[in-house]
Design a protein around this ligand. Sequence first.
Ligand code: HEC
Length: 449
Amino acid sequence: MQRAQNVNVTQLYDATCAKCHGRRGEGGGAGTQSFNTKEKFDQKLDKPFFDAIKNGVPDMGMESYGATMTDEVVWSMVVHIRELQRDALRSEFGSPRAVNGVYTSQRAKFKIEDVVTGGLSTPWSVDWLADGKMLVTNRPGGMYVYQGGNKIAEVSGLPASVEQGQGGLMDVRVHPTNGWVYLSLADPAKSGRGAMTKIYRGKVTATGGSARWTDQQTIYEADQQYYSGAGVHFGSKIVFQGDYVFFTVGERGTNMRVQQNDGNPYGKVMRLHLDGKVPSDNPVSGSPMWSTGHRNQQGLAFDSEGNLWDTEHGPRGGDEVNLIKRGANYGWPVRAFSINYNDSPFRTPWNGPGESFALPVFRWLPSIGASGMTLMKGAAFPTWSGDLLAGGLVGENLDRFRMKDGTMVEREELLHGHGRIRDINVHKDGTVYVVLNGPDKVIRLVPAE
Ligand code: HEC
């Protein structure tokens, strides 16, 4: 039996499967078809593929591998096939392309425009004050105010943040009716070593050429014992619903050690009253936790039916779209669609005996580095109204989802290859603002008609 930790996924596939299926999955040996068709690049076939490898396809001449491979190794073969398919399909079909500047998607035609092209440093998030001025956060620190695409001020008096790996000054979300500005950031530990996700709210007064952060309140901070030197997985996305603010705290690289534990802040979606008080009907009395078992949730949005969704990073393969339910456990790191970054197998995705983890409604396999997500509203794109738009960092993709009754009923890629997508937010006029990293820019989608 091949032990998972000793296996190199690519080498195993090349040595065992490629003689029939081809190194690039193109097929041809022993009567095999190509894996690389749009029909076969579908999560509905995850389990049938897994079963075919484990049990074999005896009438077609493929042996069963269940006796020599653990389930984790069998699943890693599916992940490898998915990576081959993605590469082959991307090179065959390319990316969404504009004709005379116009992109034609399934339901709308759009153009892209530059909004801010210079002066940003790893911009993280964008939102608007009630008077229409635009706020942009930068991960190393610094929130800028723009009017009509021109920078008019940097906000002074912001709370301290520290750029530590993926963390820094992160999300900005302005409450739609009461004007409070919510910020998430990597808060430096009191000891001076390490950082942890923290949520503040305050007011931004921008007049003339200056802007100030005032009326600061702490909405959420973790106990100092949870501050960590890890540079990864801060979560940090903020969304409002009614009297509540929901936000994400990633697992901070704690992985196996402490993750499956409701008592710590790692890998949680949190829910608090807008002023930071713990709601009396949260799943664990006195705790901000709303759901657990997450890894790094960098997209968070309500759909038009009031369901809460996150997008989150798996390691290599298996970024997730999860329907967030009160008190549910999403299984990280016990269950995952991923393999390890070093090309060794990791987990199987499905519940084992006695497990009842909430499984993702959709998974990107291979990973896209799932980042911002927003609910479409406003006049500009009526045919997208109520849809979710979600972006990817390494995937450089902007996807549109249609959700219905807690399931995904439609998905398409709108953009690909314009840079790492960090945040997406829809302006009240319905145009879609996209924050890019590398190049550090803010662009927007506007209707083409
Ligand atoms: C001796 C040739 C041979 C070898 C070796 C082989 N397969 Fe297959 N495999 C086949 C044939 C033939 C089929 C059925 C025809 C087809 O689907 O193309 C098949 C089917 C499959 C399917 C189902 C495809 C579908 O569309 O339903 C998967 C997945 C698969 N093989 C994966 C693997 C993996 C992974 C390995 C190595 C661990 C492997 N196979 C080794 C010949 C082989």
